[in-house]
Design a protein around this ligand. Structure first.
Ligand code: NAP
Length: 246
């Protein structure tokens, strides 16, 4: 039983990559953090241990964001263990690079189930569960602006997230909750690096005028701003966080 003194944040897909960096950043800023994951239990537990050892409040919650019942339970468990939710970061996502013509029905459905329905599921819960003054940050991708071959289905799933973001910000009128999205460019995580040659990675790294890959912390810093009081007037926007790529 925890008395709520900290603000509470749920970060989906926080067992590794960008989500883990966000969880660390928010914990270091005093948020009690629910670290959601789908299958990487060991990584999620290790992150909880690391954060608790540093004196922070953190729990791990296994929930598949594409499953509405799992998402509802994720909110239940967070409320029971940490308190009512102030911040929702919809970071969980997958990327499979493959030409549209080669996509199977299953892969199309999986991409939309996690990236788009996953965001829809958490937003629907958040509509009634978030504290007034809360913050929601969704995850799009700068590929939406690049229209890269091989990314059609992924881009479509993320373009839908941008639309959900812009409309949901308006639907929460009167609740004093902001809804924004970040759209990162290439970030050095498993999602981006997996299956790419060193040459391909270097090509992506050279694309932004800042001439490097993003690091998870680059994105976590932007999330930190978006959930802070300083971002109170930023609502319904898509922030391309990519070093100037597009
Ligand atoms: P990542 O390293 O592959 O990590 C993905 C995270 O999502 C993992 O913690 C994973 O947990 C979780 N996850 C996957 N499916 C899930 C599900 N059904 N339910 C709950 N959690 C699930 O990816 P990342 O690079 O950090 O990407 C994070 C977000 O940024 C994604 O939305 C991605 O589309 C977006 N993004 C990334 C880049 C990039 O270059 N990296 C660029 C633009 C946008 P499990 O291992 O437990 O499944």
């Amino acid at each position: 039983m925890t008395t709520q003194i900290s603000k509470v944040a749920i970060v989906t897909g926080a067992s590794r990559g960008i989500g883990a960096a966000i969880a660390k950043q928010l914990a270091s800023e005093g948020f009690a953090v629910a670290i959601n994951y789908a299958s990487s239990a060991n990584e999620a537990s290790a992150l909880v241990v690391e954060l608790r050892q540093a004196g922070h409040q953190a729990i791990a919650i296994k929930a598949d964001v594409s499953n509405a019942a799992d998402v509802s339970r994720m909110f239940d468990e967070t409320e029971a263990q940490l308190g009512k939710v102030d911040v929702l970061v919809n970071n969980a996502g997958i990327l499979k690079v493959l030409p549209l013509a080669q996509h199977s029905d299953e892969l199309f459905e999986q991409t939309f189930a996690i990236n788009t329905r996953g965001t829809f599921n958490t937003l629907r819960e958040a509509a009634t569960r978030l504290n007034a003054g809360g913050r929601i940050v969704n995850f799009s991708s700068s590929t939406v602006g690049l229209n890269l071959p091989g990314y059609a289905v992924y881009i479509a799933s993320k373009a839908a997230v941008e639309s959900l973001t812009q409309v949901f910000a308006k639907e929460l009128r009167g609740r004093n909750i902001t809804v924004n999205a970040v759209a990162p460019g290439p970030v050095a995580t498993e999602l981006f690096l997996h299956g790419k040659s060193e040459e391909q990675i270097q090509t992506f790294a050279k694309m932004p005028p800042l001439e490097r890959l993003g690091q998870p912390e680059d994105i976590a810093n932007v999330i930190s701003f978006l959930v802070s009081p300083a971002a109170a007037w930023l609502n319904g926007q898509i922030l391309r966080t990519n070093g100037g790529l597009v």
